[in-house]
Design a protein around this ligand. Sequence first.
Ligand SMILES: O=C(O)C[C@H]1C=CC(=O)O1
Length: 91
Amino acid sequence: MLYAVRMDVDIPRDLDPAARDETIAREKAYSQQLQRSGEWAHIWRIAGQYSNISIFDVESHERLHEILWNLPLFPYMAVEVTPLATHPSAI
Ligand SMILES: O=C(O)C[C@H]1C=CC(=O)O1
């Protein structure tokens, strides 16, 4: 099942800088592990924003929820999920 997911990150300015850096490093490792496994199929930066649009290829809604819920930056994100279906004009 394919999903487009938009993540808008908003880390509080008063978060301890070491905690901030450590969380971002964990987020990167977690994301890259899922990219290697194929579940996180694409990640694109939205130009000019601390946001990304990602494509996930996962077996179920529950698996997508588990992945997103466990993002280290999840507490500092707004997440919008769009399920994708095959377009009839796609070749
Ligand atoms: O930077 C972001 O867009 C947020 C997040 C998603 C993957 C990652 O490494 O960081």
